[in-house]
Ligand binder design. Structure first.
Ligand code: ATP
Ligand code: MG
Length: 585
């Protein structure tokens, strides 16, 4: 039976919802695929659910080649997450709740603990390994900024899998299997991805890659080099410049504190220096001071002073990645008042290696190698220090690689200058190692009868996010234009006439198409104008649209390719054959 629009649970909207800024969000709501239930939480309407099921089916088919599917609850007790410390470390992103007896529960943001415990429960020998397990599951994260509909939700659907091996070599194999499956899956989904080196963030672990889908609406920035290097900016390691020679350093004049009235910004400092101290100064000669709080998952906070070359900004995401599981927080005017040693606009590297001198931990960019000289604040209003030499005049408490990556910076592997693009993470694979297995006591007996901790990998693929990415990459001013393999249905039949004959022709065509295995949406609405029906068909975006209207009197119907926009007229007698051919092409 075709799905009949007259009785289907579908209402399209003329206007974009107020809260929707990106096309996929606007169109998925307007075309009746999803409805907002709460910020970052969406209801799947019948059309949306059909697309979701298709994506899941593709993901499952590919995953089934390497893994076994199971299904965990989303509502979980606190204890396993306590064992790995994630009850705390996950911070505000974790939805925590209590049952009627006052016991703590959570809505799972990811399931490492549960998978590890399940394997611990059922397996005890190396002979049972390796094994890959997966689920397709609803995840919960109280994201600080849910946005763009399904792209960043607080409830979303993820395929997550986990590998269990004895030793690192086994993990390498499981990791590679997942990598291959991911690339095949994204290819089948028709979604362009760039495989980027990534940080493992709060998860710990070693090797890690993200599959980023290049799109303007993405919140991630990634880099690529001509030589094939690709990485999320979070993971780019700055190429450390060679330290100047001893002779060169010896030739640098002694540190000198100079009056620089009003030069409280880098631009003003460069201008002032060029005007008063000879030309040739650029922002790259200065050391910019950036102060923030470092907030531990326990809530403990400590101020941090970061020194980076003045021609760069601190990249918030790199900062977050560098501090994880702690988080940065803004240092306010009020905070500055509490630390009078931090003279805003004139802050320089404090402490000469002794944190105690200023009471504030001071770290610098990797470019601040020993022997490099800088102009930095002198920690007195209206004054800067010139010829301030790293290692000679100050020693920081550590190095932090959080300055922004700029177009043209060298790739860390020497493969050429980097270019920057925006993208969104659709998948993430990483080698967890033994951290989680250790935390929950997941061990097996090895060949020698000795207990060994199992080595794990963890692999996520955001199915609801992928759906939104496909919608984002496949639309035009009229609406969605689904690729065939994920479209909610194959053919959309529109009756653009009030003649009984047109409805009869539509019924029989629908029956023939269905008999051939195609899924049909049939716009059988009697009182709706052809214009409205056409608009709906364009908005909904089913790949093949059939119009049965006036030309039926001459024995022809119209077949349209939604994506290309191409229309052609075919005789009614050949309609089914033609539509089947086009829908399967
Ligand atoms: P992001 O950096 O975008 O916040 P993440 O690093 O938190 O993602 P993972 O923990 O690696 O994501 O989760 C695995 C996959 O789940 C991601 O690759 C992404 O496709 C998906 N995902 C993560 N968070 C969300 C979300 N809030 N809404 C929809 N999908 C998400
Ligand atoms: Mg990730």
């Amino acid at each position: 039976m075709p799905l009949r629009m007259s009785t289907y649970f579908l209402t399209t909207l003329r206007d974009n919802p107020n809260d929707a800024e990106v096309a996929s969000h606007q169109l998925l709501v307007r075309a009746g695929y999803i409805r907002r239930a709460a910020p970052g939480v969406y209801t799947w309407l019948p059309l949306g659910l059909r697309v979701l099921r298709k994506l899941e089916a593709i993901v499952r088919e590919e995953m089934d080649t390497i893994a076994h599917e199971l299904h965990f609850p989303a509502l979980l007790p606190r204890e396993p997450y306590e064992a790995t410390n994630r009850w705390t470390e996950y911070g505000d992103n974790l939805f925590r709740l209590k049952d009627r007896k006052g016991n703590d529960y959570l809505l799972a943001p990811t399931h490492e603990e549960m998978f590890a415990l399940a394997v611990k429960d059922l397996f005890s020998s190396y002979k049972e390994l390796p094994i890959n397990l997966y689920q397709v599951q609803t995840k919960y994260r109280d994201e600080a900024r849910p946005r763009a509909g399904l792209l960043r939700g607080r409830e979303f659907i993820m395929k997550d899998s986990y590998s269990f091996d004895v030793g690192d070599a086994g993990l390498d194999v499981s990791y590679q299997q997942h990598r291959d499956v991911y690339l095949r899956t994204f290819a089948r989904l028709g979604l362009e991805v760039v495989t980027c080196a990534a940080t493992s963030g709060a998860m710990g672990g070693s090797r890690s890659e993200e599959f980023l889908h290049p799109t303007e609406v993405g919140e991630d920035t990634f880099v690529r080099s001509p030589g094939g290097y690709a990485a999320n900016v979070e993971a780019v390691q700055t190429v450390v410049p060679q330290a100047p020679s001893a002779e060169a350093v010896a030739a640098i004049p002694a540190l000198e504190v100079r009056e620089t009235p009003g030069a409280s910004t880098i631009a003003a400092l460069v201008d002032y220096s060029n005007e008063h101290f000879g030309g040739g100064f650029t922002a790259a000669d200065t050391l910019k001071a950036y102060v923030c709080w470092v907030v531990q998952p326990t809530g403990e906070r400590e101020p941090l002073l970061i020194g980076i070359p003045g021609d760069r900004e601190v990249d918030e995401k790199r900062l977050e990645a560098a501090l994880a599981p702690a988080e940065p927080a803004a240092f306010t005017e009020e905070d500055f008042k509490k630390f009078p040693q931090l003279v805003k606009g004139y802050i320089g590297p404090h402490g000469h290696g002794e944190k105690s001198a200023s009471g504030i931990r001071s770290v610098v960019d990797p470019r601040v190698v020993d022997g490099t000289q800088w102009i930095a604040g002198a920690n007195e209003a209206g004054k800067h220090a010139y010829h301030l030499v790293a290692g000679r005049d100050f020693v920081a408490d550590g190095v932090i690689d959080v300055a922004e990556v700029q177009e043209g910076d060298p790739a860390p592997d020497g493969s050429g200058p980097l270019s920057l693009d925006r993208g969104i993470e659709v998948g993430h694979i990483f080698q967890l190692g033994r951290k989680y297995a250790e935390a929950v006591g997941l061990k097996v007996l090895d060949e020698n009868g000795k207990q060994v901790t199992v080595t794990m990998g963890s692999y996520g693929l955001g199915i609801s996010r992928v759906l939104a990415c496909i919608a984002e990459a496949n639309n035009d001013q009229f609406g969605l234009a689904w690729p065939k393999h994920v479209a909610p249905l194959d053919v959309h039949i529109v009756v653009a006439s009030k003649d009984e004959a047109a409805f009869a022709a539509a019924e029989s065509l629908a029956a023939e198409l269905e008999a051939a295995g195609l899924e049909v949406l049939y716009d059988d609405r009697f009182k709706v104008s052809p214009g409205v029906k056409f608009k709906d068909a364009e908005l909904i975006g089913i790949p093949t649209i059939v119009v049965i209207g006036k030309s039926l009197a001459d024995g022809s119907i119209e077949i349209k390719d939604r994506k290309i926009g191409e229309k052609r007229s075919v005789p009614v007698s050949e309609a089914a054959t033609e539509v089947i051919a086009q829908a399967r092409a």
